[in-house]
Ligand binder design. Structure first.
Ligand code: GLC
Length: 653
């Protein structure tokens, strides 16, 4: 068995493997200090093990005081036949721990954390462990963080012998590692695709001009309607902007029925949306509804609504649109599982306005907004201090970002002659549509599971970044990896005690596993992974999963999500570098929204970790302030409807 230190600059250490059929409590200790080399084993009851441990602590402390770095390894077996391995590194700061001839510095008391399988790291969640020495206790002895997560090594470490399923799972997990050099190449490529997208249409990173040329400062006021067609739900809201960075929001939310997403014609989908708007007005603005819609219906009047009777509506439409003005834009392509071919190339505002008009509602589609633009606007309206937000990003069903770019860099627009563009601030919000970054896979990782998922998606070859990052896909990647291990005759995942998977398990259904499953198992810090087992029952219909099975699935889920977070860091880093705001601003504000950033533990931490590894960012990453812009798309759409309303009012004079 090979063990490795958690600190990247420490050298591997060999652990002698103890026989798997040792008596109930076995304690095996080995020092890795060259020349010190002692080894003893205490076999018997638990207390004898701890006597051994204390002896070792003493010996190692003396060694440390004398200036030897010491690496100690300990193995325990409990009554259930489970093995735990501990390795602690004692010694003075900067002392050397070495076993293989070469030496490297290990941080002081850098108790390495890990090891289960050959060449594989395990670690405790730092927060789950109380630090120091061999008596470290961990609330979660087998909380696996994965190989590359060990830079923040906690003090204290436990290792458990791998079962075949865990062993195989760890191998799969490693396929999802995204090393620093690959992240750096990702950023370089992202920067070049950004530049290309600003210069011409039809590029992989679309860089869509939004015609929004300023961001709010919190003083905006008024009552607006907003609707949000995202990936999963349709929301209708009314937002009262109070002018002091706060707002009141009333909303209705419905899940979009699957058959609407692939309806034979766009008319069905937009009729469904208009009907939801009607129901919302009737429920939440009943007086207005009675006075306008119902009165007209009762009297059969077809008079035009007066201007003051009409609600301005911001339409958050979270799909790639070729925007030509603040309330005009044609659908470029569907994403996130939608597929209604006759909508492509049509103006989305007109499609919604027509459906609204059919129901004779007093609503004008005033602004077209991508959810990322809404997030940017909402964050800027509500964010603390005077800092204008640079970027709005979504990590939910899909992923995307919109940022403030210098207008003169948007060379694909005829900026000088376009009278609809306000040049005052020489800036425009650009919707990157980064879900389609690197569709040709020059830098993105591409495991067999990514390949299979893409081949069976409704849009093979596109949204390749999104397919590795966003909530719609992570559950499906996991499902494929788990399924493969259940069929593997050696790994025998979920098969050790007979086949635990019922034939109607969602494990057998494409898109059967929701990404929320990954968040639940990642957050599980129980020692026997109780929450993971419960989630396996709820999401896979698997009862009686063993702790090994749960660990294996948790390890893969962790690796998939961590890769997603690190990939997200690439996009953020590139935008920080492109705009140079990381060098010029004291604080760079970023607004985010979506289920992954909201619910996946440490998603933002892993994203930040990747950003720090990028040339030109490094420590400056700490200048970046990332905040959730809750309800961003609704509030943002209202804010843009407000801008549009002002422009419209001026135009009407
Ligand atoms: C998809 C859409 C994009 C949206 C994102 C987040 O990538 O194409 O427009 O912003 O999902 O919802």
């Amino acid at each position: 068995m090979t063990a490795k230190f958690s600190e990247s600059d420490c050298q591997p250490v060999s652990l002698s493997s103890a026989s798997e059929d040792d008596a109930t409590w076995t304690h095996l200790v080995q020092s890795s200090v060259p020349g010190l080399g002692f080894l003893f084993e205490v076999t018997g009851k638990p207390w004898t093990a701890w006597v051994g441990v204390l002896g070792l602590v003493f010996a190692a402390t003396i060694a440390g005081l004398l200036g030897f770095g010491g690496g100690m390894h300990h193995k325990y077996e409990n009554e259930n036949g489970n093995y735990n391995y501990y390795a602690d590194f004692l010694g003075r700061s900067g002392t050397t721990a070495s076993t293989s001839g070469s030496s490297n510095n290990c941080p002081s008391s850098a108790a390495a954390t890990e090891i289960i399988a050959p060449d594989t790291f395990y670690s405790h969640s730092p927060s789950a462990c109380t630090s120091s020495s061999l008596t470290s206790t961990c609330a979660n002895p087998l909380n696996i963080l994965s190989a590359s997560s060990l830079s923040s090594s906690p003090a204290g470490m436990i290792m458990a012998a791998p079962s075949p399923s865990l062993d195989a799972a760890l191998r799969v997990a490693r396929e999802f590692d995204l090393p620093s050099d690959q992240a750096q190449r990702g950023v370089d490529e992202f920067l070049s695709q950004m530049a290309e997208g600003l210069a011409k249409n039809g590029t992989t990173l679309s860089q869509i001009p939004t015609y929004v040329t300023s961001v709010p400062n919190g003083t905006e006021k008024g009552l607006y309607l907003a609707v949000d067609l995202g990936g999963t739900n349709f929301r209708v809201c009314s937002i009262n902007l109070k002018g002091d960075s706060t707002f009141d929001l009333t909303q209705n939310k419905v899940a979009i029925p699957r058959d609407m997403m692939v309806a034979p014609s766009y008319k069905q989908l937009f009729k469904f949306l208009a009907t939801q708007i009607e129901a919302f007005l009737e429920e939440h603005h009943n007086e207005h509804f009675e006075a306008t819609v119902r009165r007209r219906r009762l009297t059969g009047t077809t008079d035009q609504y007066r201007r003051e009777e009409i609600f301005d509506l911001g339409f958050t439409f979270s799909f790639p649109v070729h925007q030509t003005s603040i309330n005009r834009g044609t659908l470029i392509r569907w994403t996130k599982g939608f597929d209604i071919p006759d909508a492509v190339g049509k103006d989305v505002c007109l499609m919604l306005q027509d459906a609204i008009n059919e129901l004779h509602l007093p609503v004008r589609v005033a602004a077209l907004v991508n959810d990322t633009v809404g997030t940017l606007m909402a964050r800027s309206y509500t964010s603390p201090g005077k800092t204008e937000t640079l970027l709005g990003a979504i990590f939910g069903t899909g992923t995307n970002g919109a940022y403030v770019e210098k207008l003169d860099k948007v060379t694909k627009l005829d900026v000088k002659n376009d009278r609809t563009i306000d040049h005052t601030k020489n800036q425009m919000v650009i919707n990157t549509e980064w879900g389609s970054f690197d569709n040709h896979l020059s830098v993105l990782p591409n495991t067999i599971y990514d390949q299979q998922l893409d081949a069976e998606s409704v849009n093979p070859g596109i949204q390749m970044f999104e397919k590795r990052v966003s909530g719609m896909f992570l559950g499906e990647i996991l499902r494929r990896a788990v399924l493969a291990l259940t069929k593997d005759s050696e790994a025998k995942l979920l098969q050790t005690e007979g086949n635990l998977i019922p034939s109607d398990s969602p494990l057998y259904e494409i898109w059967g596993i929701d990404t929320s499953f990954l968040s639940i198992i990642e957050a599980d810090t129980t020692s026997d992974l109780t929450a993971t087992k419960a989630a396996l029952f709820e999401h896979f219909k698997v009862s009686n999963a063993t702790t090994d099975d749960a660990q294996a699935i948790k390890a893969i889920g962790h690796a998939i999500a961590k890769r997603a977070a690190r990939l997200s860091g690439i996009a953020l880093a590139a935008i920080l570098l492109d705009t140079k705001r990381i060098d010029t601003d004291e604080t760079v504000d970023i607004g985010v929204d979506g289920s992954l950033v909201e619910f996946y533990p440490k998603f933002v931490d892993y994203m930040r970790e990747a950003m720090r590894e990028i040339k030109g960012i490094g420590e400056k990453e700490s200048k970046v302030r990332i905040g959730i812009a809750k309800d961003g798309s609704g509030v943002g759409a209202a804010l843009i409807a407000l801008v549009a309303h002002k422009e419209y009012a001026i135009g009407q004079r």
